[in-house]
Design a binder for this molecule. Structure first.
Ligand SMILES: Nc1ncnc2c1ncn2[C@@H]1O[C@H](COP(=O)(O)OP(=O)(O)OP(=O)(O)O)[C@@H](O)[C@H]1O
Length: 352
């Protein structure tokens, strides 16, 4: 549905050129919810604004629904943009217009008949749960209600793609949840392709199918949310995920010397990630049954991405060196993500 090929964006900054996007390649499939996450200044806004050509890329191609937007004239672009709706962090509503008028605005702008506008706007207000607020002004609405108006307005021209530019960053966690639920709902009801940018992993976890991590204008990691969550490769991705799943060294080992290579008479610290059915496998009990080792659970967390369970466990495995290595081999053969945190000398009774 959306294909970005070798996108470069260079701004003329006050103190010289700013290379905001460096060779971005993304393929976003029809009907999916695709998230792009990055720190402030990473290039997220520039990237999403290149999709509807609010920013023209310096180089590269933007293809949306089979049409090359980068090859279009301004008037062709205005037409093509009708199939790409957008919502914003600060809602961008007209303060002197009612809810109804705000939603009707894109249609009024292109001279749509009043009766047609009504046929379109009233069901949209129903869809976003604001039918009873149609005559109110933005100042009379909460942040969440304002974003609902923004969503209804974005849907007024029957777009195929919805771009969400930090759409929940100005909202509290509860309201964020309800707006994300609404976005997922319209994604399913209208078969809409959704691209969202955010700096919050929670948002990605809540509704996205796939995710790309952007750092300094480069996509450094991408994949399904489940894969990226359970097997992050880049330091920046690990940092984002740590907000949701602790990746810290457990407190009991903060002051311990941890070696990355086996040392005699040490205990082994491992972090296990479970996905899907493997989250229900009795790994620890079979470990103890098979090998002469003890295991302590140092940290544990089980959550769901959509309906798939995933979890993290940090284990301390103690025993004879050979038995520890056998246990490690056994774990590595299972369908789990496994990461050796290290070997801790003389720490075999840390927890019990
Ligand atoms: N109009 C502009 N002129 C010059 N430089 C710009 C312009 N817009 C963005 N930049 C620069 O491009 C880089 C990427 O900015 P961008 O706004 O895309 O990042 P971001 O990830 O969306 O950050 P934030 O979350 O803070 O909005 C930054 O270094 C920024 O300063």
């Amino acid at each position: 549905m959306i294909q970005l090929s070798n996108i470069e964006k260079i701004y003329d900054g006050a103190s010289g050129p700013v290379h905001a996007l460096k060779g971005i390649n993304l393929h976003i499939k029809r009907g999916e919810i695709y998230g792009v996450i990055g720190l402030s200044g990473a290039g997220k806004s520039t990237l999403i604004r290149c999709i509807n050509m609010l920013e023209r890329p310096t180089k590269g191609k933007v293809i949306v629904d089979g049409e090359d937007l980068t090859a279009m004239s301004d008037s062709q672009l205005r037409k093509a943009r009708k199939s790409i709706g957008m919502i914003f962090q600060h809602f961008n509503l007209l303060s002197s217009a009612t809810v109804y008028e705000n939603v009707a605005f894109p249609l009024t702008l292109i001279g749509t008949k009043k009766s047609e506008i009504e046929k379109k706007v009233l069901p949209l207000l129903e869809l976003v749960g604001l039918a009873d607020k149609k005559d109110q002004y933005p100042a009379q609405l909460s942040g969440g209600q304002k974003q609902r108006v923004g969503i209804a307005r974005a849907l007024a021209s029957d777009p195929k793609v919805l771009l969400c530019d930090e759409a929940t960053s100005a909202l509290d966690p509860q309201t964020t949840k309800s707006i994300l639920e609404l976005i997922r709902d319209i994604n399913q009801k209208l078969q809409l392709t959704v691209v969202l940018i955010t700096h919050e992993m929670q948002v990605i976890k809540e509704i996205c199918d796939n995710v790309a991590v952007i750092e300094n204008g480069v996509i450094c990691e991408q994949g399904t949310v489940l894969d990226v969550f359970t097997n992050p490769q880049q330091a920046i991705t690990k940092e984002f995920i740590s907000v949701i799943i602790s990746r810290d060294i457990p407190d009991a080992f903060k002051d311990a010397k941890i070696s990355q290579t086996p040392i005699p008479n040490s205990s082994l610290l491992v972090r296990l990630s479970f996905i899907g059915n493997s989250a229900e496998e009795p790994v620890i009990s079979s470990l103890i049954r098979r090998f002469a080792v003890d295991t302590n659970i140092i940290y544990g967390n089980v959550d769901h991405i959509k309906s798939t369970p995933y979890g993290t466990l940090v284990l301390e495995i103690t025993g004879e060196d050979e038995e520890i290595q056998k246990s490690l081999n056994y774990l590595q053969e299972r369908n789990l993500g496994i990461e050796v945190i290290g070997y801790v000398a003389g720490h075999d009774n840390a927890i019990s």
